[in-house]
Design a protein around this ligand. Structure first.
Ligand code: SF4
Length: 572
């Protein structure tokens, strides 16, 4: 397949893994997928082409790597991609968003989306180079975990290439397996972690997608000057706003605030506050970084104005992990009553290496502790169990089930999940706005479906409206390929709509209200797929959360079920 003449809207490439056919779809102003990119594109392909009741690990499922409208541009924080499929964890539609160096390289190769269809009989890798796509033998990479796999890829294809990879978690089709994207420093630390999408890649026998930087970028702008006029001041403002906060303390910087709001999962969601929170919060992470000469203020992907990522070293200067984030520290730390940051970082590294979601894994370990199978706070035992995945030790293998299946297997009544997916380190009885998003959002308990808080976070009044607004604008940032830390809100949707017009031309023009209406339709499309797949349109909290209040605070689930049952009415 040869590269066609440069076009402004990058192409969609369909890779048929059984028949080994590669088909290129050129997206022009008449194309039915013209107004779909990122999350909206992956969800549209799933909704239209994947039977809702099909086996997520069977040949009918499709795995879509969809860049957003603005991915790979000079817009701030635009190095993101949406990876989507029918989820083996929730059995519903799934999008998991990730950065790293790989998404922007796809756009520079003039590719908006790779759609993996069918299943390969043998292990393969996919190589993207100078805008062309090839399927190559991947047998030699099987059995490798992400760190060794990434090193081999960088040695073989060059230190600047990007790649999406799976570890043995994906090969073994673990329900909690992730897809890694190489970060800017060359580590496989950025993960599309939610929903078990690594297992869909494993079911298709694709071990890695390797993207080579083209000799000259194939990306064009309809109006580059106009684009710069909006993108540059936005970049500068974001950079300035976050200089003393996210840039320095990263996402762990919110941990003490969450603790204050009783929102930090502690002891398998018995409490929302951890007595040792100050040992694992943003300041503590920052001190550890300074002490061992690690790094903070790193960008996970090109064009990031905020740079919230980090690199954690041990006292001898050896790399422990990168992208050490709040959700990981909450689930593998306070949730397990563990306050040793270096040990939590080691667990993060092991999860990244095997390619399993730290949120699902931390929740599963929390359930094992709650059921008396591991002592509370026993970090060494947790490390031993996760590490046992390397040798496929029977006692470790249940960690690949995801929190819901593991909890059901051992008969434990306190399983923290919605749609069989673990809560992402935000206690739903105290943090009212995210709790509504977790039970209504098509993605299950997923913090990236709409961020949190608002004023009076512990009070339910007004939070349904906040949740709806956040879900709408998060659909927009996810579909535009922008990291949601820029703020998913109407002001930024207005800026992004101008940038889309400058990037693609007037035929792609919509005003802010037009994009908001479009986002509502996209969310309903996802919801309808879930309903057809047998999932409820709105869900509920697990029984123990409906019955118990937090031990240290009187917060309960107190929304009116009638109001929740009409959540979607004004989206139609
Ligand atoms: S703000 Fe953080 S997560 Fe978002 S693109 Fe930048 S480094 Fe990545």
């Amino acid at each position: 397949m040869s590269t066609e003449k440069k076009k402004i809207m990058p192409d969609i490439i369909r890779i048929k893994l059984n028949s080994k056919k590669i088909e290129r779809e050129v997206v022009n102003s008449e194309h039915s997928l013209k107004f779909y990119a990122g999350r909206a594109l992956s969800s549209k392909i799933i909704a239209d082409e994947v039977p809702p009741l099909s086996d997520p690990l069977g040949p009918e499922n499709k795995l879509i790597f969809a860049c957003g409208f603005l991915s790979g541009t000079t817009a701030p924080n635009s190095g993101r991609i949406s990876i989507g499929a029918k989820s083996p964890l929730t059995k519903g539609i799934k999008e998991s968003n990730v950065g790293g160096r790989t998404p922007a390289l796809l756009v520079r190769n003039n590719i908006r989306a790779l759609v993996l269809e069918e299943q390969s009989p043998d292990w393969v890798i996919i190589k993207v180079s100078e805008g062309n796509v090839e399927i190559l033998d991947g047998k030699k990479y099987t059995g490798l975990n992400n760190y060794e796999l990434t090193k081999n890829i960088l040695d073989e294809y060059g230190s600047r290439v990007g790649a999406f990879t799976i570890g043995t978690g994906g090969e073994l089709q673990f329900a909690n397996s992730s897809i890694a994207s190489i970060d800017m420093e060359g580590f496989p630390s950025r993960h599309a972690g939610r929903g078990g999408l690594g297992s869909v890649m494993g079911s298709k026998k694709v071990k890695a997608i390797i993207v080579i930087p083209p000799s000259k970028s194939l990306m064009e702008y309809a109006d580059q000057k106009g684009f710069k006029l909006v993108a540059s001041p936005w970049f500068k403002d974001l950079n300035l706003e976050n200089k003393e906060t996210k840039h320095v303390f990263g996402t762990p910087g919110c941990l003490l605030g969450m603790n204050e709001m009783h929102g930090l999962p502690t002891q398998n969601y018995r409490r929302g506050q951890f007595k040792d929170a100050d040992k694992i919060g943003g300041e503590a992470v920052h001190e550890l970084i300074l002490k061992n000469k690690g790094k903070y203020g790193l960008a996970c992907s090109p064009s990031c104005a905020i740079q919230c990522s980090n690199m954690i070293l041990d006292s001898e200067g050896n790399h422990i992990t990168s992208s050490f984030e709040y959700e990981t520290i909450g689930l593998l730390g306070s949730n397990l009553l563990i306050s040793d940051l270096e040990k939590i970082a080691m667990m993060d590294k092991l999860c990244d290496d095997f390619g399993i979601d730290t949120i699902e894994t931390g929740s599963a370990l929390g359930v094992l502790m709650d059921a008396g199978k591991i002592e509370w706070g026993d970090a060494d035992r947790c490390i031993e169990l996760i590490n046992g995945l390397k040798d496929k030790k029977p006692e470790s293998m249940d960690l690949g089930l995801g929190v819901y299946e593991l909890g059901m297997k051992i008969g434990h009544p306190r399983i923290p999940h919605v749609k069989h997916q673990a809560f992402p380190s935000y206690e739903p009885r105290s943090l009212k706005a995210p709790s509504i998003t977790f039970i209504t959002g098509p993605m299950g308990a997923d913090h990236t479906a709409g961020d949190v808080s608002g004023e009076n976070p512990n009070k339910s009044e007004g939070k349904v409206a906040i949740s709806k607004e956040k879900q709408i604008h998060t659909m927009i940032v996810d579909s535009f390929g922008i990291c949601y830390f820029v703020g998913a809100n109407v002001e930024n949707t207005a800026k992004m709509s101008k940038l889309v017009t400058a990037r693609y031309g007037e035929i792609w023009e919509k005003d802010t209200d037009g994009w908001i209406d479009w986002a509502k339709k996209c969310i309903l499309m996802e919801r309808d797929f879930n309903v057809a797949a047998g999932l409820a349109a709105t869900d509920t909290l697990p029984k123990f959360m409906l019955e118990e209040k937090l031990e240290e605070a009187p917060f309960r689930w107190d929304f009116d079920p009638e109001e929740i049952s009409h959540y979607w009415d004004d989206f139609k």
